[in-house]
Design a protein around this ligand. Structure first.
Ligand SMILES: Cc1cc2nc3c(=O)[nH]c(=O)nc-3n(C[C@H](O)[C@H](O)[C@H](O)COP(=O)(O)OP(=O)(O)OC[C@H]3O[C@@H](n4cnc5c(N)ncnc54)[C@H](O)[C@@H]3O)c2cc1C
Ligand code: FES
Length: 285
């Protein structure tokens, strides 16, 4: 049995139906400020299957395990999937140097993404820094369903904000805050929440786990608590439920753990044990 066959056997039936394991050529690399970039790959069937909040495992060579990245865009018409990435280590730096036509391996779509509304309403998309990654795709889907979408992005400085020119057209409102105050209000994103949170039918958040824990601390006792979904990070090996590396703690006694790669990475915020999660490393050291 080949490694690919063994992995396919390990994938549950439902994952097997959805996930593709393929070689995909880079179609574009858009270098952004500092070490941020958006990279796109030719993968038409994956673009058709990807849903907001789901992710792909990217593999660039035999010297590393696959790395997880949220779909930032999926464009079935162009046949491409795109990822918004920060070059923090070996694989992300290698991806940052990709040229058009160079291949990587993609495994996905994987995981459970954001829940989407049955009826149009009003959504707040709240991103801390690179946490903006899954939101262009989510915004596309929400806007396509007639949802009013408000975008709120915070970062340490303007260079780490998602580029406004890449935002999908048609947002109801957009605001940006920076911790250093050089653009927008000087605040953390969790301190810049709209005053009237009750007007939002859904609040979607993504960012570093400590930021999400701070958000939950602010919202857990209010009416928005039940409407908050978060995309979290956990150290991932396989990405499809066999290595148990991505276990995240659940709150109630005896409930144990959930696998971030299969039951997440998107969770209802109230279903997680934030006290323990904020102390847990989010990536492999
Ligand atoms: C479900 C999921 C979705 C993700 N989506 C995205 C995405 O859309 N865009 C994106 O850029 N990243 C995303 N990540 C994080 C991404 O997988 C890691 O940044 C990546 O694995 C780093 O690989 P590397 O080989 O470049 O770094 P490594 O060589 O593994 O690490 C190098 C150094 O960077 C540190 N490091 C690793 N990851 C991070 C991190 N996330 N933040 C800060 N420091 C880090 C390590 O601790 C180490 O010190 C996601 C993670 C998960 C679990
Ligand atoms: S990453 Fe292997 S079980 Fe989740």
């Amino acid at each position: 049995m080949t490694v690919a066959q063994a992995e396919a056997a390990a994938l549950g039936a439902s994952e097997l139906e959805r996930a593709l394991d393929l070689e995909a050529e880079c179609t574009r690399l858009l270098a952004l400020e500092e070490d941020l970039f958006e990279v796109s790959f030719w993968a038409p069937e994956m673009a058709r299957r990807a849903r907001p909040g789901e992710f792909a495992q990217i593999w660039t060579g035999p010297d590393h395990l696959r790395r997880p990245f949220s779909f930032s865009r999926a464009d079935p018409e162009r046949g491409t999937v795109s990822f918004y990435i920060g070059a923090v280590g070996r694989v992300t730096r290698r991806l940052r140097r990709l040229r058009e036509g160079e291949p990587v391996r993609l495994l996905g779509p994987l995981g459970r993404g954001f829940s989407l509304p049955q009826e149009p309403g009003r959504s707040l998309l709240l991103a801390g820094g690179l946490g903006a990654a899954p939101f262009p795709l989510l915004a596309d889907w929400l806007l396509g369903r007639g949802e009013a979408v408000v975008w709120l992005n915070g970062a340490r400085s303007p260079a780490q904000l998602y580029p406004p020119e890449l935002l999908p057209p048609g947002l109801a409102a957009r605001s940006q805050v920076t911790e250093d105050g050089s653009l927008g209000r000087a605040a953390r994103v969790t301190e810049a929440l709209p005053a009237e949170l009750s007007q939002f039918h859904r609040v979607y958040a993504c960012g570093p786990n400590p930021m999400l824990a701070a958000l939950w601390e602010r919202l857990s006792s209010g009416s928005a608590a039940g409407r908050l979904e978060v995309s979290i990070e956990a150290p991932m090996g396989c990405g499809f439920g066999t290595c148990l590396g991505c276990a995240v703690p659940l709150p109630s006694e005896g409930a144990g753990y959930a696998l971030c790669c299969r039951q997440g990475p998107v969770f209802p915020a109230g279903s997680l044990d934030w006290e323990r999660l904020r102390r847990q490393p989010a990536h492999l050291e």
